[in-house]
Design a protein. Structure first.
Length: 351
């Protein structure tokens, strides 16, 4: 999911007070494009942002969304793509899995909750989870009611006190949150709940704003990451194209740790092609919590920099990828950027 595109879509509709349908995957089996917790938005004209399949289900979801928006009632959509029927819905989907999707209306009257709060949490660094009622036999917790658990605090959207307390207690009893559906009773009434962690949007720090940084930022933005670009050379920041970056700034390499909070980033790539600057960047990154640190240049250059860093190199080595990028066999800035972003994605998927 591309958070920036989803937010731009949401802002344009919410700015006009339009209702939206929020579609959330709550169960999958077999091979599916999305897993539990994935979301998309659909407006009253059937225009959508976000994808839950490879494009084969979104048209049908857009039609179903109109019923949800007109009735105000949540509903389910279930797609069994494991059928041997090659012409499923006339599309010949060719997938091999089951996907169940929960659809609910979010409106200006409700301040577009819980979507708006979930989106804010995705931009933060707090540990959070969303617990949404999928089916309910209890009037005080209708389908679509949601609790957000944020570092021990609870944000309540639609639960009465009894249901809120019961669900919160059950959630806190769980050792960890793994995406999935659970069942519980409030009194003698049954609730079916989707429990998913709220994953912060990955943040990438690009240190060096040369021409080869442009495709890195574009590709990273396309997969939905938030990118910051920094360089000590004003001409590099001013003359190159970083429109898709969240921000770009000109700052002395030795001051990067003071100018931004390094620990807010998940990924960093050092690519200034300036030996002294790269050394300064690495020295400061060594004391950060960033899990992936990429470095451009050949192994000999990497080894020289590490030897010059002294004790800081020991903190850096387990996280340093240099030369950065998977060996995909390509040449030129775009191919190298693809290899770097692919390696970063591999790192994120493994953590």
């Amino acid at each position: 999911m591309n958070h920036r595109k989803l937010q731009a879509f949401f802002a344009s509709r919410a700015g006009r007070g339009e209702p939206l349908a929020l579609a959330t995957v709550f169960e999958t089996k077999g091979s599916t494009y999305s897993k539990a917790g994935a979301r998309m938005l659909i407006d009253g004209n059937g225009i959508f942002q976000g994808m839950l399949s490879g494009g084969c289900l979104e048209g049908d979801l857009a039609i179903r969304a109109q019923v949800v928006l007109e009735s105000g009632q949540a509903q389910f959509a279930s797609y069994d793509l494991s059928s041997n029927d090659d012409e499923l819905w006339g599309l010949g989907v060719g997938c091999d899995g089951l996907m169940r999707i929960f659809m609910q209306a979010i409106t200006a009257r409700q301040d577009y909750e819980p979507f708006q709060s979930i989106s804010r949490l995705e931009l933060g660094r707090e540990r959070a989870r969303a617990i949404t009622v999928i089916e309910s036999k209890y009037e005080g917790a209708p389908a679509g009611a949601t609790l957000l658990l944020v570092d021990g605090h609870v944000q309540n959207f639609g639960f009465d006190d009894a249901a809120r307390d019961a669900v919160t207690h059950a959630a806190q009893e769980a050792v960890a949150c793994s995406p999935g559906v659970t069942n519980m009773l409030v009194g003698e009434s049954a609730l079916t709940l989707l429990d998913t962690p709220i994953q912060p949007v990955p943040r990438l720090l690009v240190l060096g704003a040369g021409l080869d940084a442009e495709p890195v930022v574009r590709l990273a933005a396309e997969v939905g990451w938030l990118c910051t670009v920094a360089d000590h050379r004003p001409a590099y920041i001013d003359n190159n194209d970083f429109e898709t970056a969240e921000r770009s700034l000109c700052v002395n390499a030795a001051e990067i740790g003071n100018a931004i909070r390094l620990n807010e980033f998940d990924l960093a790539v050092v690519m200034s092609h300036h030996l002294a600057s790269d050394r300064s960047y690495l020295a400061q990154l060594a004391h950060s919590t960033i899990g992936y640190i990429g470095l451009l240049g050949p192994p000999g250059r990497r080894n020289r920099l590490l030897s010059e860093l002294g004790d800081a190199a020991n903190a850096l080595r387990p996280r340093l990828r240099g030369p950065a990028g998977l060996d995909l066999g390509g040449r030129g800035p775009a191919a190298i950027a693809l290899s770097i972003v692919a390696e970063m994605q591999q790192h994120l998927a493994a953590t």
